[in-house]
Design a protein around this ligand. Sequence first.
Ligand code: ADP
Length: 309
Amino acid sequence: MKIGIVGAGMVGSAAAFSLVMRGVASRIVLVDLDDARARAEAEDIAHAIPFASPARIEAGGYGDLAGASIVILACGVGQKPGETRLQLLARNAEVFRVVVGEVRSASPDAILLVASNPVDIMTQVTLSISGLPAGRVIGSGTILDTARFRWLLSRHLGIAPKSVHGYVLGEHGDSEVLCWSGARAGTVPADSAAEQVGRPITNEVRQEIDDGVRRAAYRIIEGKGATWYGIGAGLSRIAAAIGGDEGAILTVSTVSDVLGVSDVACSLPRVVGANGVTQELLPDLSPAEAEGLEASAAMLKDQVGTLSL
Ligand code: ADP
């Protein structure tokens, strides 16, 4: 499978590296305004190929995205001093207007995988510019927050993260909702599993895990300036689900109606395969979780309303 990546910064490059190490792509093309950066990243990552599956990775222009099954959008501009979040958003929306246009003409059949932040809003912007069906414009959304939740819960329980399930829904950001009511170890509700292994989920444990998920990005940014490995792995997980037509359930962002909020991009558990997102599965939520999810969706909808789409 050929995969294009626009934006060979930390996130785009980490995604490319993860795609190579997982053997998801046979060909990867990195496109960046900074061509020297794209070429250097491609060469560096290419040196990992002898330790992974056969693949080709190179830097290129938009024309080289022809025939790509997926194009990951990880490009964007950083916040200028004194700039508000909404001004930054407007500038990034302008970048996307150009980039998405170029990508659509070069590879009209590609599924677009949006990684740039604020990811839910950029997903909605991309859908609007691209004119694609909603299921073919997928934001990485809370795939990473869900991974953080499963990892922290698995550490507490002493059970492998692959056997621990729990979703983070809504915005990829401060208003996201950790769905404790549906958390499971195997098929056993997390609270019961925790009692059985002698590590009850007290209010304090719950608070610590909630904070560990919600504040993770802030802590990492404080220490190293940005986050990239986790999201890079999440992007390659989504690409693998598309490439393998897996029908995997992943918490990703697409535009749909979320509880009482119409036409908004935020994360729900969704079925991902060769045609992108084909189904969404709203889990049973506690009243507080449902309220939190609706508030998160409403907040995103308000923010999108400030942009002229
Ligand atoms: P992140 O940590 O999100 O990856 P970076 O700043 O490291 O952020 O990467 C963003 C990348 O996007 C940079 O390499 C930048 O050159 C690239 N970029 C910005 N605008 C465009 C654009 N219009 N087209 C292609 N690439 C772009």
